[in-house]
Write a protein that binds this ligand. Structure first.
Ligand SMILES: C[S@@+](CC[C@H](N)C(=O)[O-])C[C@H]1O[C@@H](n2cnc3c(N)ncnc32)[C@H](O)[C@@H]1O
Length: 221
């Protein structure tokens, strides 16, 4: 699907499911909270930071961060942003390929479950990198290309809605190209609820990793 189709798709989801994480296409609350809580724990305690939730949907992922930080939520689905605003995010309708924020605005940039929808992911990564402060953190979570479960599902799936997936090394290279260093990974293994951390694509366990997050620090010149 192209950009305008995705915008309509998420507007319709939010009109139907409201503030629920179903509006952001999570399977159910349990899988959402498993991903969110593990990811935020791994990101670490944050206080008085300026944070961007890029492709925030209804804002449920970054809502806990609003308590001690200023969180901006950007999305192209106006309907989703209504719910994100009610959760305490400062919302802005924007396209992630051309953000209207000045360079080096944010201490932390999160982009959760979005780049699997994006045809040209480098255009988004470059924008997210541009608005990250030197020394700041960028964290991207997405689907893992090497997953055996996803390959098996792909054999039976009729709709290839989310068929863009990523290798860990591929995203690490993209982070490097955008001026980041000090990479770490968080790996998830649906339908299991445990997570592991470490470096990239090595090890047989990665064959069962269904989605992962990568975080890196923007170099200080
Ligand atoms: C699967 S949802 C994830 C929402 C949220 N990050 C979460 O994890 O709860 C993907 C979101 O990305 C937004 N999105 C996709 N492409 C976008 C783009 N080019 N610009 C702005 N938002 C975009 C969609 O509107 C949707 O709200």
């Amino acid at each position: 699907m192209g950009n305008s189709d995705w915008k309509d798709y998420f507007d319709q989801k939010a009109a139907k499911h409201g503030a629920s994480v179903k509006s952001s296409d999570y399977f159910d609350d349990a899988s959402f909270f498993m991903q969110r809580d593990n990811t935020l724990r791994w990101l670490g305690e944050l206080e008085e930071k300026t944070i961007l939730d890029a492709g925030c949907g209804v804002g449920a992922f970054s809502e806990p961060l609003t308590k001690h930080n200023t969180v901006y939520g950007v999305d192209f689905s106006a309907k989703s942003l209504e719910f994100a605003a009610a959760r305490g995010l400062r919302t802005k309708m924007d396209d992630l390929t051309a953000l209207s924020f000045a360079a080096a605005t944010f201490d932390v940039v999160l982009c959760i479950g979005v780049i699997q929808l994006i045809e040209d992911h480098m255009s988004v990564l470059k924008e997210l990198a541009r608005v990250t402060k030197p020394g700041g953190t960028m964290l991207i979570q997405t689907l893992h290309k090497g997953s055996i479960q996803r390959k098996l599902l792909g054999l039976f799936e009729r709709s290839k809605k989310f068929d863009k997936m990523y290798g860990m090394d591929e995203l690490q290279t993209a982070f490097c190209q955008c001026g980041f260093e000090k990479f770490e990974f968080l790996k998830m293994y649906h339908p299991f609820t445990f997570v592991t951390t470490g470096s990239g694509e090595k090890g047989i366990g990665n064959l069962f990793c269904t989605s992962f997050a990568i975080k890196g620090r923007k170099k200080i010149d």
